[in-house]
Write a protein that binds this ligand. Structure first.
Ligand code: HDE
Length: 702
């Protein structure tokens, strides 16, 4: 590819493309054909009280367009949020792949990323227990490459032919369309109990990975084994990884359920706000590379999408970084109409025979035809490549190109032989020898459904295991059919007998006997635990400060300055919006009335000193705010008289441990008047740790 073509030009090209499509609602109101309209409030009628006239073309056009505003939502991943940005490699990766966008360190390729939940409808809440989609479209100079991944590294099934079964099982039950965006119901668990290949992914789904704190704080995985192909046609197996710069962090389940009501757009809003504030989310792309000759070196099959390659066996090589720095202008035009397709690959990236990937290569194109109404969806601005497009495909719904010339076939002489076949920079499929019988059979190398489910469980910290066990009890406890509960528990006895007994005891079924053929090893992969993630930054964390008249601003300021200095967002909440009068007599502007938010949408809470606590203590909302934050393991800071407020809360652990007043313990940081800089440091360290997971909260009211 010619290199006078700069990366800025690639981004400009994409922006120009989008610019051409952008319209601002300025100037006079017109019809779709540009005729100016003088009244859009009254339809044309016979007399003031008479019937409406068919000839009111403005009325008919307006209503007709409205009637056709909806397109089918995605069958899965219907709810999502997206953003533009760029990807840049750290190095040249041409020793593994001839992919042009990976060839030159620092060269930027424009991207669009769409994050999503899987099971819910377009209008469902964000913080449900679910897998998250992480789909990236790279607009490379050699065409679009779509990496359509998830935030979990494995999948529920091994063969795409089971996908409709799985999706029907997890979606709302068909007779009453209940429950929305929930896996906690009979049909999903019925399927799970009967289809053991789901076991590994279900362990991930029951883990904290299903409850991301933010789209900006979750990993992404390509899931399948793909193939990189170099300029000589040599292949290397690859698994794709995205690692978030801010670390991988989760909410707690009680919090998730409450956020579903308090702010159903929690994850979408978080992504939008961060980008608007200039705190651009960033991920590192990584490769796990496996030479072709090592294909059979593992105790699982690389073609089996229910398996990971443990990072301790094949480390993740850092490849480049992706930054999201621009929100879309129009949700429907961009985030809704973006059309991902696993078969959108560029020279140097190829498939393997993973039967799940093969099925996806059929499904994504097929689904766009119904969703976007015909074969010209690649012409929609968000889908258009920056690479030049030239072919003989013509006509179809929504054709936006005006083709010139009389030829639309190949070979031709009348059109000068164009478009001509290229011999350089072309996509060449990897040449693999394949032979065998036509059969409908799963490879025996796909048969072990439990070893890696156990590996995952073994790798979790105690608090992560506790959350996972509680999730199983919650989910199965929502199933009404006892047979469904029993079969599911019996299945997980193959993963960990103690786990299965624990679940059984919580859901009123007989503890299962140890299972024949159960996984039995104590291997673990520390990289799978969120305890090993980034825990040293408070950037973009949201801190609530509860204020009222009399607040001691001088005592509070060093803490707020330190937090803001490190990129945290601090909001002052009071009983009402407007201002409060501080102890020094100054007026302080309040960011929000406490009743319009809740502790669940913040990462931490601060109770300052001054006479404030007396007023706060009289307000049940404030007491609840702090208690709930404590319940959800959040960092809590109290200063001066604020410490007295903590002492009034039902936090028995702290009180018995320390007498009447909680002290610096379990993520709670307190200081009587005169807090020094070490106070801010201590609080910041607790906040950076994300949550005080060791805190005992069982007896704290929710
Ligand atoms: Fe998808 N999947 N999928 N999927 N998937 C769709 O495509 C499908 C699978 C994933 O933000 C659909 O455009 C089949 C694995 C994401 O627009 C559909 C199979 C992984 C998104 C479809 C799978 C994914 C989709 C629905 C099994 C992780 C959202 C609308 C063979 C690696 C993309 C659409 C976006 C969307 C089919 C399995 C991720 C129906 C048949 C495994 C992130 O085509």
């Amino acid at each position: 590819m010619s290199d006078e073509h700069s990366d800025a030009r690639d981004r400009d090209a994409k922006d120009r493309d989008l610019d051409a499509a952008r319209t601002a609602s300025t100037g006079p109101l017109t019809t779709d054909t540009g005729v100016r309209v003088e009244d859009t409030d009254n339809s044309l009628r016979v007399g003031e009280r008479g019937p409406t006239l068919m000839e009111d073309f403005h009325f008919r056009e307006k209503i007709t367009h409205f009637d056709h505003e909806r397109i089918p939502e995605r069958v899965v991943h219907a709810r999502g949020a997206g953003a533009y940005g760029y990807f840049e490699p750290y190095d040249s990766w041409s020793r593994y792949t001839r992919a042009d966008f990976l060839a030159e360190p620092g060269r930027r390729t424009p991207v669009f990323v769409r994050f999503s939940t899987v099971a819910g409808s377009r209008g469902s809440a964000d913080t449900v227990r679910d897998v998250r989609g992480f789909a990236t479209k790279f607009y490379t100079r050699e065409g679009n490459f779509d990496l359509v991944g998830n935030n979990m590294p494995v999948f529920f099934i091994q063969d795409g032919i089971k996908f409709p079964d799985f999706v029907h099982a997890v979606k709302p039950e068909p007779h009453n369309e209940i429950p929305q965006a929930q896996s906690a119901h009979d049909t999903l668990w019925d399927f799970v109990g009967l289809q053991p290949e789901t076991s590994h992914m279900i362990m991930w789904l029951m883990s904290d990975r299903a409850l991301p704190r933010s789209y900006r704080m979750m990993q992404g995985f390509g899931v399948h084994t793909f193939r990189l192909v170099d300029a000589e046609g040599r292949g290397t197996f690859v698994k794709f990884h995205w690692k978030p710069k801010l670390g991988t962090h989760s909410l707690v389940w009680d919090e998730c359920q409450k956020i579903q009501g308090k702010d159903p757009d929690f994850n979408r809003r978080d992504l939008w706000d961060a980008i608007e504030a200039g705190a651009f989310p960033e991920w590192e792309l990584g490769f796990q590379l496996v030479p072709e000759e090592d294909e059979h070196r593992f105790d699982f099959d690389l073609l089996d999408a229910t398996k990971i390659i443990p990072e301790e066996e094949v480390p993740v090589t850092p490849v480049g970084r992706m930054v999201l720095d621009r929100n879309p202008d129009d949700f429907f035009a961009e985030t809704e109409q973006i059309a991902f397709h696993t078969a959108n690959v560029v020279p140097g990236i190829d498939f393997t025979n993973d039967p799940l990937l093969q099925a996806r290569n059929f499904s994504y194109l097929d689904t766009q035809l119904i969703r976007l109404g015909g074969p010209n969806f690649q012409q929609i601005p968000v889908n258009r490549p920056v690479a030049e497009v030239s072919h003989n495909q013509r006509d179809g719904y929504g054709q936006h190109r005006v083709h010139r010339g009389r030829t639309s076939y190949h070979p031709n002489s009348l059109g000068g032989g164009c478009p001509a076949l290229a011999d350089a920079d072309v996509y060449r499929h990897y040449q693999e020898r394949v032979d065998g019988h036509k059969i409908r059979r799963r490879s025996p190398s796909f048969a072990d459904h439990y070893s890696q489910a156990r590996l995952f469980y073994n790798s979790l910290a105690d608090w992560e295991k506790e959350h996972l066990r509680a999730a199983f009890r919650f989910e199965l406890g929502k199933c009404t059919d006892m047979g469904v509960r029993e079969r599911a528990v019996a299945n997980f006895a193959h993963v960990d007998h103690e786990l299965a007994v624990h679940i059984a005891e919580g859901i009123g079924v007989a503890p299962p006997a140890p299972a024949d053929g159960a996984a039995d090893h104590d291997r673990s992969s520390p990289a799978l635990s969120q305890a090993t993630t980034v825990l040293d930054t408070v950037a973009t964390r949201q801190v609530a400060v509860l204020v009222s008249d009399g607040v001691d601003l001088d005592g509070l300021r060093p803490l707020v300055d330190a937090l803001v200095g490190q990129g945290a967002l601090v909001e002052l909440l009071a009983a009402t919006d407007g201002t409060v009068r501080a102890a020094d007599g100054s007026e302080v502007r309040v960011d929000r009335a406490v009743g319009t938010v809740a502790s669940v949408v913040y990462d931490a809470v601060v109770v300052p000193g001054g006479t404030a606590p007396a007023a706060l203590a009289a307000d049940g909302t404030a007491l609840h705010f702090v208690t709930e934050a404590f319940k959800h393991h959040k960092a809590v800071a109290a200063l001066g008289e604020g410490v007295d407020l903590l002492a009034r809360l039902p936090l028995p652990e702290l009180r018995t441990a320390t007498g009447a007043v909680p002290v610096d313990d379990q993520g709670v940081v307190t200081a009587r008047p005169g807090a020094g800089p070490e106070f801010a440091d201590a609080f910041i360290a607790r906040l950076a740790a994300h949550r005080a997971w060791d805190r005992t909260t069982a007896s704290v009211p929710a």
